[in-house]
Ligand binder design. Structure first.
Ligand SMILES: [Zn+2]
Length: 165
């Protein structure tokens, strides 16, 4: 086996990056007992499809509730700077409204927690999508500077947003 073949072989056996919170394929439909999200045809949604007989559906804790229960966020947004302390309420309103919209469209994108940490505000999310959207919403509404860092496996993102007056 030459070098090229060897590398092809390595490619073949390389295990793909795997999201630890991506559930094994669920057969049929399922309902999350914790948040009520429904699983149908590969997606978690808020809408239980009409043809689903809920009592026939399996109960499976959805990946978003699992992450929340484990406090294992996919996205972490850290806000800092003097603008934050002066406009805290407006900023929190924007964050909560952005979550509401994102969560309505994508059942697995939610905020896990909003906590104060040494003058910074830390927002953790169940999905990288919501974290990104929050970063962009902050930038659009309040300018400032946002820095995005993806984890090596691309299943996590941490965003630092800062603005000083
Ligand atoms: Zn759930």
């Amino acid at each position: 086996m030459d070098k090229f073949q060897q590398s092809q072989k390595n490619q073949l056996f390389k295990t793909p990056a795997h999201d630890p919170y991506c559930l094994p394929k669920i057969e049929g439909s399922a309902v999350c007992p914790q948040c009520g999200a429904a699983y149908q045809a590969g997606n978690w949604t808020w809408k239980v499809p009409e043809n689903t007989v809920v009592h026939d559906a399996q109960t499976v804790t959805c990946p978003a509730c699992q992450r929340t229960n484990d406090n294992h966020p996919a996205g972490t947004l850290t806000l800092s700077g003097s603008f934050l302390s002066a406009h805290r309420n407006e900023i929190i309103n924007l964050i909560e409204n952005t979550e509401k919209k994102e969560k309505a469209e994508h059942a697995l994108e939610r905020i896990i927690s909003l906590t104060d940490s040494e003058g910074a505000l830390v927002v953790t999310t169940t999905g990288i999508h919501l974290a990104n959207r929050l970063g962009h919403a902050l930038k659009a509404a309040f300018k400032g500077h946002a820095d995005y860092q993806y984890s090596d496996d691309e299943f996590g993102v941490s965003i630092d947003w800062t603005r000083d007056e």
